[in-house]
Design a protein around this ligand. Sequence first.
Ligand code: CS2
Length: 492
Amino acid sequence: MTQLINLNENSLKDIANQKIRVPQYRMPPSAAKIGIVHIGPGAFFRAHQAWYTHQALQQHGGDWCISAVSLRSSGVSDALTEQHGLYCLAELDKKTHFEVVGAIKEVLVARQQYHDVIARLTNIDTKFVTLTITEKGYCLNNQGELDLTHEDIKHDLAGTNERISAVGILVQALSVRHEKGLPAFTVISCDNITGNGTKLKNALVSFAAQTNLTLATWLADSLTCPSTMVDSITPATDDSLRDLVQQKLNIKDNWPIKREAFLQWVIEDCLPADRPAWDQVGAILTRDVEGFEKAKLRLLNCPHSSIAYLGCLLDIETVYDAMQNTQLVEFIEKMIEEEILPSIDGPKELDAKQYSQDILQRFRNPAIRHLLSQIAWDGSQKIPMRILPIVQQNLIEGRSVALLCHALASWMHFVRLQFAKGENVVDPLAAQLKKVTDSCNGKAHNDTALFLTMTAIFPPSLAANGEFKHALEAAYINLAPVINNNQHSWSA
Ligand code: CS2
Protein backbone atom coordinates (compact mmCIF):
# COMPACT_ATOMS: atom_id res chain seq x y z
CA MET A 1 0.00 0.00 0.00
CA THR A 2 1.30 3.47 -0.88
CA GLN A 3 2.26 5.71 2.00
CA LEU A 4 -0.53 8.11 3.03
CA ILE A 5 0.28 11.79 2.57
CA ASN A 6 -0.18 13.94 5.67
CA LEU A 7 -2.17 17.02 4.74
CA ASN A 8 -0.28 20.26 5.39
CA GLU A 9 1.15 23.25 3.57
CA ASN A 10 4.34 21.44 2.57
CA SER A 11 2.54 18.47 1.05
CA LEU A 12 0.05 20.45 -1.04
CA LYS A 13 2.08 20.11 -4.23
CA ASP A 14 2.18 16.32 -3.78
CA ILE A 15 -1.54 16.17 -3.16
CA ALA A 16 -2.72 18.13 -6.18
CA ASN A 17 -4.03 15.77 -8.82
CA GLN A 18 -7.15 15.29 -10.89
CA LYS A 19 -9.10 13.95 -7.96
CA ILE A 20 -8.72 16.99 -5.71
CA ARG A 21 -8.27 20.73 -6.18
CA VAL A 22 -5.84 22.49 -3.85
CA PRO A 23 -5.70 26.20 -2.97
CA GLN A 24 -3.23 27.89 -5.26
CA TYR A 25 -2.93 30.87 -2.92
CA ARG A 26 -1.29 28.61 -0.32
CA MET A 27 1.43 27.39 -2.72
CA PRO A 28 4.05 28.49 -1.83
CA PRO A 29 2.81 29.44 1.67
CA SER A 30 0.76 32.53 1.17
CA ALA A 31 1.71 35.96 2.36
CA ALA A 32 -1.96 36.91 2.61
CA LYS A 33 -2.70 38.38 6.02
CA ILE A 34 -5.43 37.40 8.43
CA GLY A 35 -8.36 39.79 7.98
CA ILE A 36 -11.17 37.70 9.49
CA VAL A 37 -11.63 36.11 12.90
CA HIS A 38 -14.23 33.37 13.00
CA ILE A 39 -15.67 32.23 16.32
CA GLY A 40 -17.04 28.67 16.39
CA PRO A 41 -15.13 26.76 13.69
CA GLY A 42 -17.45 23.73 13.56
CA ALA A 43 -18.26 21.68 10.50
CA PHE A 44 -20.86 24.13 9.20
CA PHE A 45 -18.44 27.05 9.12
CA ARG A 46 -15.71 24.98 7.48
CA ALA A 47 -18.17 23.77 4.84
CA HIS A 48 -19.77 27.15 4.21
CA GLN A 49 -18.28 30.57 5.07
CA ALA A 50 -14.68 29.28 4.99
CA TRP A 51 -15.40 27.85 1.54
CA TYR A 52 -16.79 31.19 0.27
CA THR A 53 -13.70 32.97 1.61
CA HIS A 54 -11.51 30.28 0.06
CA GLN A 55 -13.15 30.91 -3.32
CA ALA A 56 -12.81 34.67 -2.88
CA LEU A 57 -9.09 34.29 -2.09
CA GLN A 58 -8.64 31.89 -4.96
CA GLN A 59 -10.31 34.11 -7.54
CA HIS A 60 -9.78 37.62 -6.24
CA GLY A 61 -7.00 37.52 -3.61
CA GLY A 62 -6.76 39.98 -0.72
CA ASP A 63 -5.73 39.85 2.92
CA TRP A 64 -8.62 37.71 3.99
CA CYS A 65 -7.21 34.62 5.61
CA ILE A 66 -9.08 33.44 8.69
CA SER A 67 -8.12 33.02 12.32
CA ALA A 68 -10.50 30.35 13.61
CA VAL A 69 -11.30 30.63 17.32
CA SER A 70 -12.90 27.92 19.44
CA LEU A 71 -14.24 29.27 22.71
CA ARG A 72 -13.67 26.16 24.81
CA SER A 73 -12.83 22.92 23.09
CA SER A 74 -9.41 22.28 21.60
CA GLY A 75 -10.63 19.59 19.16
CA VAL A 76 -10.45 21.70 16.00
CA SER A 77 -7.11 23.21 16.99
CA ASP A 78 -5.66 19.77 17.76
CA ALA A 79 -6.83 18.49 14.39
CA LEU A 80 -6.01 21.43 12.15
CA THR A 81 -2.97 23.19 13.62
CA GLU A 82 -0.55 20.48 12.45
CA GLN A 83 -2.27 20.69 9.05
CA HIS A 84 -1.67 24.49 8.90
CA GLY A 85 -5.45 24.96 8.90
CA LEU A 86 -5.96 22.90 5.74
CA TYR A 87 -8.71 20.27 5.41
CA CYS A 88 -10.50 18.33 2.68
CA LEU A 89 -14.06 19.23 1.79
CA ALA A 90 -16.18 16.54 0.14
CA GLU A 91 -19.16 17.79 -1.82
CA LEU A 92 -21.64 14.92 -1.90
CA ASP A 93 -23.88 14.75 -4.92
CA LYS A 94 -24.33 12.26 -7.76
CA LYS A 95 -20.53 12.36 -7.90
CA THR A 96 -18.30 13.35 -4.99
CA HIS A 97 -16.01 16.34 -5.53
CA PHE A 98 -13.05 16.97 -3.29
CA GLU A 99 -11.24 20.19 -2.58
CA VAL A 100 -8.65 21.31 -0.03
CA VAL A 101 -9.87 24.50 1.65
CA GLY A 102 -7.04 26.86 2.59
CA ALA A 103 -8.71 29.97 4.01
CA ILE A 104 -7.97 29.13 7.66
CA LYS A 105 -4.46 30.15 8.65
CA GLU A 106 -4.50 29.61 12.40
CA VAL A 107 -6.73 27.99 15.00
CA LEU A 108 -6.87 29.38 18.54
CA VAL A 109 -8.67 28.23 21.68
CA ALA A 110 -9.91 31.12 23.81
CA ARG A 111 -9.85 29.12 27.03
CA GLN A 112 -6.13 28.37 26.53
CA GLN A 113 -4.89 31.31 24.46
CA TYR A 114 -7.07 34.14 25.66
CA HIS A 115 -4.54 36.90 25.12
CA ASP A 116 -3.71 35.67 21.62
CA VAL A 117 -7.40 35.81 20.78
CA ILE A 118 -7.75 39.38 22.08
CA ALA A 119 -4.55 40.35 20.23
CA ARG A 120 -5.94 38.93 17.00
CA LEU A 121 -9.29 40.69 17.47
CA THR A 122 -7.59 44.00 18.18
CA ASN A 123 -5.12 43.75 15.31
CA ILE A 124 -5.62 46.52 12.77
CA ASP A 125 -5.76 43.94 9.96
CA THR A 126 -8.82 42.23 11.47
CA LYS A 127 -11.77 43.78 9.68
CA PHE A 128 -14.44 41.10 10.07
CA VAL A 129 -15.59 38.78 12.81
CA THR A 130 -17.94 36.00 11.76
CA LEU A 131 -19.74 33.67 14.13
CA THR A 132 -21.30 30.21 14.09
CA ILE A 133 -21.87 29.55 17.78
CA THR A 134 -25.39 28.04 17.43
CA GLU A 135 -28.52 29.59 18.86
CA LYS A 136 -27.48 29.06 22.47
CA GLY A 137 -24.10 30.78 22.02
CA TYR A 138 -25.71 34.25 21.92
CA CYS A 139 -27.09 34.02 25.49
CA LEU A 140 -30.39 35.65 24.48
CA ASN A 141 -33.70 35.41 26.34
CA ASN A 142 -36.92 34.51 24.55
CA GLN A 143 -37.44 38.17 23.66
CA GLY A 144 -34.22 37.96 21.63
CA GLU A 145 -32.40 40.25 24.09
CA LEU A 146 -29.16 39.60 25.95
CA ASP A 147 -30.01 37.48 28.99
CA LEU A 148 -28.28 39.29 31.83
CA THR A 149 -29.12 36.40 34.15
CA HIS A 150 -27.25 33.88 31.97
CA GLU A 151 -24.36 32.35 33.96
CA ASP A 152 -21.75 33.13 31.26
CA ILE A 153 -22.88 36.75 30.96
CA LYS A 154 -22.91 37.17 34.75
CA HIS A 155 -19.41 35.72 34.84
CA ASP A 156 -18.18 38.10 32.13
CA LEU A 157 -19.81 41.15 33.67
CA ALA A 158 -18.21 40.37 37.04
CA GLY A 159 -14.99 41.29 35.26
CA THR A 160 -12.55 39.32 37.40
CA ASN A 161 -11.50 36.63 34.94
CA GLU A 162 -10.96 36.04 31.29
CA ARG A 163 -14.29 36.21 29.55
CA ILE A 164 -16.07 33.07 28.36
CA SER A 165 -19.04 34.23 26.26
CA ALA A 166 -18.68 35.31 22.64
CA VAL A 167 -20.54 38.54 23.41
CA GLY A 168 -18.26 39.32 26.38
CA ILE A 169 -15.08 38.62 24.41
CA LEU A 170 -16.19 40.72 21.44
CA VAL A 171 -17.10 43.68 23.65
CA GLN A 172 -13.72 43.47 25.37
CA ALA A 173 -11.94 43.52 21.99
CA LEU A 174 -14.13 46.35 20.71
CA SER A 175 -13.41 48.32 23.84
CA VAL A 176 -9.65 47.99 23.25
CA ARG A 177 -10.12 49.05 19.64
CA HIS A 178 -12.12 52.06 20.78
CA GLU A 179 -9.40 53.06 23.26
CA LYS A 180 -6.71 52.70 20.62
CA GLY A 181 -8.69 54.71 18.08
CA LEU A 182 -9.08 51.72 15.74
CA PRO A 183 -12.30 51.27 13.78
CA ALA A 184 -14.76 48.61 14.91
CA PHE A 185 -14.68 45.40 12.90
CA THR A 186 -17.85 44.25 11.12
CA VAL A 187 -19.53 41.38 12.98
CA ILE A 188 -21.48 38.81 10.97
CA SER A 189 -23.67 36.24 12.69
CA CYS A 190 -24.12 33.10 10.56
CA ASP A 191 -26.54 31.21 12.78
CA ASN A 192 -30.15 30.20 12.20
CA ILE A 193 -31.67 33.03 14.22
CA THR A 194 -34.29 35.43 12.92
CA GLY A 195 -32.80 38.92 12.61
CA ASN A 196 -29.42 37.51 13.70
CA GLY A 197 -27.50 40.73 12.94
CA THR A 198 -29.90 43.01 14.77
CA LYS A 199 -30.08 40.72 17.80
CA LEU A 200 -26.31 40.38 17.95
CA LYS A 201 -25.76 44.13 17.73
CA ASN A 202 -28.33 44.77 20.45
CA ALA A 203 -26.66 42.13 22.63
CA LEU A 204 -23.22 43.71 22.18
CA VAL A 205 -24.52 47.20 22.91
CA SER A 206 -26.46 46.05 25.92
CA PHE A 207 -23.46 44.16 27.35
CA ALA A 208 -21.30 47.27 26.91
CA ALA A 209 -23.99 49.45 28.50
CA GLN A 210 -23.65 47.49 31.74
CA THR A 211 -20.19 48.90 32.35
CA ASN A 212 -19.30 51.63 29.87
CA LEU A 213 -21.91 53.96 28.40
CA THR A 214 -19.44 55.72 26.11
CA LEU A 215 -18.48 52.40 24.58
CA ALA A 216 -22.15 51.43 24.24
CA THR A 217 -22.88 54.67 22.38
CA TRP A 218 -19.87 54.18 20.11
CA LEU A 219 -21.03 50.64 19.30
CA ALA A 220 -24.61 51.74 18.72
CA ASP A 221 -23.36 54.39 16.28
CA SER A 222 -20.53 52.65 14.49
CA LEU A 223 -20.86 48.88 14.68
CA THR A 224 -22.09 47.13 11.53
CA CYS A 225 -23.76 43.75 12.10
CA PRO A 226 -25.46 42.62 8.89
CA SER A 227 -28.12 39.97 9.18
CA THR A 228 -27.57 36.82 7.14
CA MET A 229 -29.22 33.67 5.94
CA VAL A 230 -26.91 30.68 5.67
CA ASP A 231 -27.76 27.34 4.12
CA SER A 232 -26.01 24.09 3.31
CA ILE A 233 -26.75 20.67 4.75
CA THR A 234 -23.62 19.59 6.60
CA PRO A 235 -23.75 16.26 8.41
CA ALA A 236 -21.17 15.68 11.13
CA THR A 237 -17.90 14.07 10.05
CA ASP A 238 -17.83 10.31 10.54
CA ASP A 239 -15.31 7.50 10.03
CA SER A 240 -16.74 6.70 6.62
CA LEU A 241 -15.64 10.16 5.44
CA ARG A 242 -12.12 9.76 6.87
CA ASP A 243 -11.89 6.36 5.15
CA LEU A 244 -13.14 7.83 1.86
CA VAL A 245 -10.48 10.54 1.97
CA GLN A 246 -7.78 7.96 2.72
CA GLN A 247 -8.88 5.44 0.15
CA LYS A 248 -9.81 7.73 -2.71
CA LEU A 249 -7.19 10.43 -2.24
CA ASN A 250 -4.45 8.74 -0.27
CA ILE A 251 -4.53 11.65 2.17
CA LYS A 252 -4.46 11.52 5.96
CA ASP A 253 -6.72 14.35 7.10
CA ASN A 254 -7.51 14.59 10.83
CA TRP A 255 -10.86 16.25 10.23
CA PRO A 256 -12.32 16.31 6.73
CA ILE A 257 -15.73 17.92 6.20
CA LYS A 258 -18.67 16.93 4.02
CA ARG A 259 -21.69 18.80 2.76
CA GLU A 260 -24.24 18.78 -0.01
CA ALA A 261 -23.45 20.63 -3.26
CA PHE A 262 -26.14 23.26 -2.61
CA LEU A 263 -25.11 26.27 -0.62
CA GLN A 264 -26.45 29.74 -0.10
CA TRP A 265 -25.26 32.79 1.82
CA VAL A 266 -27.48 35.85 1.79
CA ILE A 267 -25.96 38.87 3.50
CA GLU A 268 -27.59 42.19 4.34
CA ASP A 269 -26.21 44.72 1.91
CA CYS A 270 -24.41 47.01 4.35
CA LEU A 271 -20.88 45.60 4.17
CA PRO A 272 -17.93 47.97 3.94
CA ALA A 273 -16.31 48.29 0.52
CA ASP A 274 -13.05 46.76 1.76
CA ARG A 275 -14.19 43.16 2.04
CA PRO A 276 -13.56 39.67 0.68
CA ALA A 277 -15.09 39.20 -2.77
CA TRP A 278 -17.84 37.02 -1.27
CA ASP A 279 -20.48 38.49 -3.57
CA GLN A 280 -18.39 37.63 -6.61
CA VAL A 281 -18.21 33.97 -5.69
CA GLY A 282 -21.90 33.36 -5.08
CA ALA A 283 -22.96 35.15 -1.88
CA ILE A 284 -26.06 37.30 -2.38
CA LEU A 285 -26.11 40.84 -1.02
CA THR A 286 -29.62 42.15 -0.52
CA ARG A 287 -31.67 44.56 1.57
CA ASP A 288 -34.33 41.90 2.28
CA VAL A 289 -32.42 39.27 4.24
CA GLU A 290 -35.33 38.89 6.61
CA GLY A 291 -37.54 37.48 3.87
CA PHE A 292 -34.91 34.88 2.92
CA GLU A 293 -34.26 34.00 6.55
CA LYS A 294 -37.91 33.58 7.34
CA ALA A 295 -38.48 31.38 4.29
CA LYS A 296 -35.48 29.22 5.13
CA LEU A 297 -36.29 28.80 8.81
CA ARG A 298 -39.90 27.94 8.00
CA LEU A 299 -39.47 25.80 4.88
CA LEU A 300 -36.20 24.03 5.68
CA ASN A 301 -35.49 24.09 9.38
CA CYS A 302 -39.08 23.63 10.60
CA PRO A 303 -39.62 20.52 8.42
CA HIS A 304 -36.11 19.33 9.39
CA SER A 305 -36.86 19.46 13.11
CA SER A 306 -40.32 17.96 12.58
CA ILE A 307 -38.83 15.07 10.61
CA ALA A 308 -36.15 14.66 13.27
CA TYR A 309 -38.54 14.26 16.23
CA LEU A 310 -41.19 12.22 14.42
CA GLY A 311 -38.47 10.13 12.79
CA CYS A 312 -36.72 9.44 16.11
CA LEU A 313 -40.03 8.22 17.56
CA LEU A 314 -40.36 5.92 14.56
CA ASP A 315 -36.79 4.60 15.05
CA ILE A 316 -35.63 6.12 11.77
CA GLU A 317 -31.95 7.08 11.63
CA THR A 318 -31.39 9.63 8.87
CA VAL A 319 -33.22 12.34 6.92
CA TYR A 320 -32.83 10.26 3.76
CA ASP A 321 -34.44 7.23 5.47
CA ALA A 322 -37.25 9.43 6.77
CA MET A 323 -37.92 10.59 3.23
CA GLN A 324 -38.55 6.95 2.25
CA ASN A 325 -41.36 6.69 4.82
CA THR A 326 -44.57 7.47 2.93
CA GLN A 327 -46.60 8.44 5.95
CA LEU A 328 -43.96 10.80 7.24
CA VAL A 329 -43.51 12.43 3.83
CA GLU A 330 -47.26 12.87 3.39
CA PHE A 331 -47.42 14.46 6.80
CA ILE A 332 -44.56 16.88 6.10
CA GLU A 333 -45.94 17.82 2.68
CA LYS A 334 -49.36 18.49 4.17
CA MET A 335 -47.87 20.55 6.98
CA ILE A 336 -45.91 22.64 4.49
CA GLU A 337 -48.87 23.10 2.15
CA GLU A 338 -51.53 23.91 4.75
CA GLU A 339 -49.71 25.49 7.65
CA ILE A 340 -46.36 26.85 6.48
CA LEU A 341 -46.61 28.13 2.90
CA PRO A 342 -49.58 30.40 3.68
CA SER A 343 -47.43 32.12 6.31
CA ILE A 344 -44.70 33.08 3.82
CA ASP A 345 -45.04 36.49 2.22
CA GLY A 346 -41.69 37.16 0.56
CA PRO A 347 -39.09 37.85 -0.59
CA LYS A 348 -40.63 38.78 -3.93
CA GLU A 349 -37.93 37.07 -6.00
CA LEU A 350 -38.60 33.74 -4.26
CA ASP A 351 -41.12 31.21 -5.53
CA ALA A 352 -41.82 29.73 -2.10
CA LYS A 353 -43.55 26.60 -3.38
CA GLN A 354 -40.73 25.73 -5.74
CA TYR A 355 -38.18 26.58 -3.04
CA SER A 356 -39.90 24.17 -0.68
CA GLN A 357 -40.01 21.39 -3.27
CA ASP A 358 -36.32 21.87 -3.96
CA ILE A 359 -35.61 21.59 -0.24
CA LEU A 360 -37.50 18.30 0.04
CA GLN A 361 -35.50 17.08 -2.94
CA ARG A 362 -32.30 17.98 -1.06
CA PHE A 363 -33.55 15.90 1.88
CA ARG A 364 -33.79 12.97 -0.57
CA ASN A 365 -30.09 13.11 -1.49
CA PRO A 366 -28.90 9.49 -1.02
CA ALA A 367 -25.28 10.62 -0.71
CA ILE A 368 -26.05 12.57 2.49
CA ARG A 369 -26.31 10.60 5.72
CA HIS A 370 -27.69 13.26 8.03
CA LEU A 371 -28.53 11.80 11.42
CA LEU A 372 -31.92 12.78 12.84
CA SER A 373 -30.34 12.69 16.30
CA GLN A 374 -27.98 15.52 15.22
CA ILE A 375 -30.90 17.72 14.14
CA ALA A 376 -32.79 16.82 17.34
CA TRP A 377 -30.11 18.51 19.50
CA ASP A 378 -30.92 21.79 21.23
CA GLY A 379 -34.68 21.61 20.65
CA SER A 380 -35.32 24.29 23.29
CA GLN A 381 -33.26 26.73 21.22
CA LYS A 382 -34.47 25.72 17.77
CA ILE A 383 -38.21 25.41 18.35
CA PRO A 384 -38.70 29.12 19.23
CA MET A 385 -37.00 30.08 15.93
CA ARG A 386 -38.41 27.42 13.62
CA ILE A 387 -41.87 26.40 14.76
CA LEU A 388 -43.45 28.77 17.28
CA PRO A 389 -43.45 31.92 15.11
CA ILE A 390 -45.50 30.05 12.48
CA VAL A 391 -47.88 28.78 15.15
CA GLN A 392 -48.32 32.30 16.51
CA GLN A 393 -48.91 33.78 13.07
CA ASN A 394 -51.39 31.05 12.11
CA LEU A 395 -53.37 31.56 15.30
CA ILE A 396 -53.63 35.28 14.59
CA GLU A 397 -54.54 34.76 10.95
CA GLY A 398 -57.06 32.00 11.64
CA ARG A 399 -55.18 29.07 10.09
CA SER A 400 -54.81 25.57 11.48
CA VAL A 401 -51.91 24.70 13.78
CA ALA A 402 -52.78 21.01 14.16
CA LEU A 403 -49.84 19.65 12.17
CA LEU A 404 -47.28 22.04 13.64
CA CYS A 405 -48.55 20.87 17.03
CA HIS A 406 -47.71 17.31 15.99
CA ALA A 407 -44.14 18.42 15.49
CA LEU A 408 -44.14 20.03 18.95
CA ALA A 409 -45.80 17.04 20.58
CA SER A 410 -43.28 14.70 18.97
CA TRP A 411 -40.47 16.77 20.50
CA MET A 412 -42.17 16.48 23.92
CA HIS A 413 -42.50 12.72 23.59
CA PHE A 414 -38.94 12.48 22.30
CA VAL A 415 -37.53 14.37 25.29
CA ARG A 416 -39.67 12.42 27.76
CA LEU A 417 -38.66 9.06 26.30
CA GLN A 418 -34.96 9.94 26.11
CA PHE A 419 -34.94 10.64 29.84
CA ALA A 420 -37.11 7.60 30.56
CA LYS A 421 -34.56 5.42 28.72
CA GLY A 422 -31.76 7.06 30.68
CA GLU A 423 -30.32 8.55 27.50
CA ASN A 424 -28.72 11.88 26.91
CA VAL A 425 -30.69 14.98 25.91
CA VAL A 426 -28.28 17.40 24.26
CA ASP A 427 -29.85 20.73 25.15
CA PRO A 428 -28.73 23.70 27.24
CA LEU A 429 -32.05 23.44 29.12
CA ALA A 430 -31.64 19.68 29.74
CA ALA A 431 -31.83 20.07 33.53
CA GLN A 432 -35.14 21.96 33.34
CA LEU A 433 -36.49 19.53 30.77
CA LYS A 434 -35.59 16.64 33.03
CA LYS A 435 -37.52 18.25 35.88
CA VAL A 436 -40.56 18.67 33.64
CA THR A 437 -40.46 15.09 32.39
CA ASP A 438 -40.03 13.73 35.93
CA SER A 439 -43.60 14.88 36.55
CA CYS A 440 -44.97 13.60 33.23
CA ASN A 441 -47.36 10.68 33.40
CA GLY A 442 -48.03 10.10 29.69
CA LYS A 443 -51.40 11.94 29.87
CA ALA A 444 -51.72 14.70 27.31
CA HIS A 445 -53.31 17.33 29.54
CA ASN A 446 -50.78 16.89 32.31
CA ASP A 447 -47.66 16.54 30.18
CA THR A 448 -48.26 19.31 27.65
CA ALA A 449 -49.19 21.71 30.46
CA LEU A 450 -45.88 20.92 32.17
CA PHE A 451 -43.86 21.62 29.04
CA LEU A 452 -45.76 24.86 28.44
CA THR A 453 -44.61 26.19 31.82
CA MET A 454 -41.13 26.55 30.32
CA THR A 455 -41.29 30.27 29.59
CA ALA A 456 -37.78 30.23 28.10
CA ILE A 457 -39.34 28.32 25.20
CA PHE A 458 -43.05 29.15 25.13
CA PRO A 459 -44.12 32.80 25.41
CA PRO A 460 -46.80 33.00 28.15
CA SER A 461 -49.39 34.42 25.74
CA LEU A 462 -49.00 31.36 23.51
CA ALA A 463 -48.98 28.94 26.44
CA ALA A 464 -52.30 30.42 27.55
CA ASN A 465 -53.97 30.20 24.13
CA GLY A 466 -56.86 27.73 24.34
CA GLU A 467 -56.86 26.77 20.67
CA PHE A 468 -53.14 26.04 20.80
CA LYS A 469 -53.37 24.01 24.01
CA HIS A 470 -56.22 21.98 22.59
CA ALA A 471 -54.37 21.23 19.33
CA LEU A 472 -51.23 20.29 21.24
CA GLU A 473 -53.07 17.88 23.53
CA ALA A 474 -54.81 16.29 20.54
CA ALA A 475 -51.47 15.82 18.79
CA TYR A 476 -49.90 14.38 21.92
CA ILE A 477 -52.69 11.82 22.11
CA ASN A 478 -52.50 11.06 18.37
CA LEU A 479 -48.88 10.10 18.69
CA ALA A 480 -49.57 7.66 21.51
CA PRO A 481 -49.85 4.57 19.28
CA VAL A 482 -46.33 5.19 18.02
CA ILE A 483 -45.00 5.42 21.53
CA ASN A 484 -47.06 2.98 23.55
CA ASN A 485 -47.41 0.11 21.13
CA ASN A 486 -44.33 0.73 19.09
CA GLN A 487 -46.61 0.97 16.07
CA HIS A 488 -44.96 2.64 13.17
CA SER A 489 -47.91 4.75 12.22
CA TRP A 490 -50.16 7.41 13.64
CA SER A 491 -52.98 9.55 12.39
CA ALA A 492 -52.59 13.29 12.07
C1 CS2 B 1 -30.46 21.50 10.83
C2 CS2 B 1 -29.59 22.58 10.22
O1 CS2 B 1 -29.17 20.60 12.57
C3 CS2 B 1 -30.15 21.27 12.29
O2 CS2 B 1 -30.88 21.74 13.14
O3 CS2 B 1 -31.80 21.84 10.64
O4 CS2 B 1 -28.28 22.50 10.62
C4 CS2 B 1 -29.68 22.57 8.69
O5 CS2 B 1 -29.07 21.41 8.16
C5 CS2 B 1 -29.01 23.79 8.12
O6 CS2 B 1 -29.61 24.93 8.64
C6 CS2 B 1 -29.10 23.76 6.60
O7 CS2 B 1 -28.64 24.97 6.12
